[in-house]
Ligand binder design. Structure first.
Ligand code: ADP
Length: 260
């Protein structure tokens, strides 16, 4: 016959087991919800650029005469841009997936800041609207960092592409680098639509998109993953924004990390 204590222990044990099952069910449900959301976002976000690529490819194939070279090149550039856009979205999704499953491997390397900045600016320049310009520092050749290069590239790509996307033509985007002894800050300043005051507190939430941005394509994922990665690496991201005036996003991160 069981004593009262044994009975109590048994109940406690079962409760614990039950809790564990509930917990893993909850996790599985959350992961499933994430996957469903992924799928609907991906299919929605990919549709428009894909049909654009098809149109441009068809037209580029028609402009075969020598005097049509300009038109052909314009369409090829459109294709390049749209493929890059899709590639960025895919990278963001993969980044979340790896983070969620605890498979993110950060890698510290020593590299020149200019390498990443030039690459990101080169790609962003292709997305510029009429009269839009990006000012970025030319005198950063001697700045070497020890940081995760891919994460820096992903962060700058998201922030600079946002500045381009959420600003109209004939505006300037400034990229400012502020080196400190063992950290670095980079500011991305735009003169765009800004973020409405009452929505600013949600801006880093996954999938959140402000009301005034809904006409532009987007997933609401970029800022969320940039923040998660930077914070995992001891960095920060902050912003100031005024609707109709513009936004300034600032990232900061330690630059003297231990080499893996
Ligand atoms: P996405 O741009 O794909 O929607 P993000 O996570 O990069 O996703 O940004 C989330 C939201 O934050 C955007 O939808 C937009 O409402 C707002 N936002 C981000 N950057 C800017 C910016 N530079 N200017 C105005 N709004 C911005």
């Amino acid at each position: 016959k069981q004593t009262i204590k044994e009975l109590k222990d048994e109940v406690a044990k079962r409760k614990k087991a039950e809790h564990k099952i509930m917990e893993s069910l909850r996790k599985e449900r959350e992961l499933n919800e994430l996957k469903t959301k992924f799928l609907s976002l991906v299919s929605h976000e990919f549709k428009t650029p894909l049909s654009g690529i098809l149109t441009s490819a068809t037209l580029a194939g028609k402009y075969t005469e020598t005097d049509q070279q300009d038109k052909r090149e314009k369409h090829l550039k459109t294709i390049q841009n749209k493929v890059k856009y899709l590639n960025n979205i895919l990278n963001d999704f993969l980044s979340i997936e790896r983070m969620e499953s605890g498979k993110t491997n950060y890698k510290f390397d020593t590299f020149p800041l200019s390498k990443v900045v030039n690459e990101v600016i080169y790609n962003a320049n292709m997305l510029l609207k009429d009269g839009q310009r990006i000012n970025y520092p030319q005198n950063i050749d001697d700045i070497f960092l020890n940081f995760d290069e891919k994460i820096l590239e992903l962060s700058l790509t998201n922030l600079i592409n946002n500045a381009v996307k959420y600003s109209p033509g004939h505006t300037i985007i400034d990229v400012v680098v502020i080196p400190k002894s063992d950290s670095l800050s980079i500011k991305i300043i735009d003169e765009g639509m800004g973020i409405p005051q009452k929505e600013q507190k949600y801006i880093f939430n996954r999938y959140f998109r402000a009301e005034n941005a809904l006409l532009d394509q987007g997933t609401g994922i970029g800022l969320n993953i940039v923040k998660s990665h930077l914070e995992s690496l001891g960095g920060t991201i902050t912003f100031e924004s005024e609707e109709g005036k513009g936004s300034t996003f600032t990232i900061s991160f330690p630059t003297k990390n231990k080499i893996n």
